[in-house]
Design a binder for this molecule. Structure first.
Ligand code: MN
Length: 389
């Protein structure tokens, strides 16, 4: 039952990473009488993950027994008393461990096990299969409480809707991360790629498109094949991360503003990009795609120096599809930063995709992408089936 296990771990991780970015004062804040604090909710989740995992196994193994509990059960009520005494780190570590253990347990069950039915102690539910417990009392249950956490956060900060979570990039050798501010992308910056796109290179000046920061996904993620396309493409790229504010900086000083580098995949709905190009319309639907800005770990220029040459490569399912050298960039990183800074006040956390070499191509569900740039790092992405709802 890999899918259920993956979903539980994913939603638990999403919840914890959001909670860990909340202001500390919000964790034990009670919006009003009768409403749980974030810590209450976390303690409740810490209690129910092992409980409902055990009940899932019980239904599959001993369906003649009644499962679950009723409202007189003191176990669940005890989970939400005096929670302000707990440390967030401890509770989060417990939830991570329980979610991992639960995923291992669920992995040990077959689809046939999950279809076994038993009667609940709660008359509202009656007779249900083990999969009901997984879907509603584990995964759906955590999702419901994540919504509650977001509502607390929104009220705490006086926003009408919760603020979007920050998109945070890991940095090699540091526990602090970089909040992504804007994502700029250079178009057609390798001659051979421009040729395969059927267009001439503009050597005069680079051109750009952008992606929303919230489309960031971390290297190692699995993303669904996106909607609205039947030609989703990979583009492996060197990415520069700005570390200091610059405006109208000359190229010979532009690298001072570059904090570091990482590997990026600029995932692209090629069919929509081409359709837009032909109709002289903007590229947004082709490029500004949810979960399309894949980025690896940032390495500091102070640690590796500014890379001017080195192999850039992308493999799909182990087979090399893109290989080039970053020395073949038409517009170099300092030239790009200098040029872009004539249009924007570049800020720390701005991210610049520098363009992809030749060899771009389509992906399909199940594909595993693995890219690398010499001295910079590696990046991975797995494509899953399209969403069905
Ligand atoms: Mn690109």
């Amino acid at each position: 039952m890999r899918e259920a296990a993956v979903r539980l771990q994913r939603i638990a991780e999403e919840m914890l990473s959001e909670v860990e970015r909340l202001p500390p004062a919000l964790i034990n804040w009670i919006p009003r009488q009768g409403v749980w604090s974030v810590m209450d909710i976390l303690c409740h989740i810490r209690e129910f993950i092992p409980f409902w995992t055990g009940e899932t196994v019980r239904i599959a193994r001993r369906p003649e027994e009644a499962w679950g509990r009723d409202h007189t059960d003191t176990g669940r009520l005890a989970a939400v008393t005096n929670t302000a005494a707990y440390e967030l780190d401890d509770v989060a570590a417990d939830i991570r461990r329980f979610a991992r253990e639960s995923a291992e347990t669920l992995n040990g069950l077959s689809d046939a096990d999950l279809s076994i039915e038993a009667t609940s102690k709660n008359p509202r539910w009656g007779r249900k299969p083990a999969s009901f417990v997984v879907d509603h009392l584990l995964v759906g249950h955590v999702e419901k409480h994540l919504g509650q956490i977001r509502r607390n956060a929104a009220q705490f900060s006086q926003l009408v809707f919760p603020a979007a979570p920050l998109s945070l990039l890991p940095v090699r050798g540091r526990s602090e991360r970089i909040a992504i501010r804007r994502i700029f992308c250079v178009g057609r910056n390798y001659e051979a790629h421009a040729r395969e796109m059927g267009v001439a290179v503009d050597r005069e000046a680079p051109f750009y498109f952008t992606k929303a920061a919230e489309h960031y996904v971390a290297s190692g993620s699995t993303v669904p094949y996106p909607p609205g396309t039947s030609n989703y493409h990979y583009e492996m790229e060197l990415v520069a991360v700005i570390g200091a504010p610059v405006f109208r900086v000359p190229a010979d000083r532009a690298l001072d503003a570059v904090f570091g580098y990482t590997c990026g995949l600029d995932m692209t709905r090629r069919d929509l990009q081409f359709a837009a190009r032909e109709q002289k319309r903007p590229w947004d639907l082709g490029k500004d795609v949810e979960q399309s800005a894949v980025l690896g770990e940032v390495v500091r220029a102070a640690d590796i120096d500014h890379p001017r040459e080195g192999r850039i490569e992308l493999r799909v399912n182990g087979e090399v599809r893109q290989q080039s050298d970053i020395s073949l960039l038409i517009h170099s990183v300092p030239e790009i930063v200098a040029h872009l800074s004539t249009f924007y006040h570049l800020q720390p956390g701005d991210v610049i995709y520098t363009g992809t070499p030749e060899g771009v191509g389509p992906v399909k569900p199940g594909d595993r992408l693995a890219g690398s740039i010499a001295a910079v790092g590696t990046i991975e992405l797995t494509i899953a089936a399209p969403e069905t709802v």
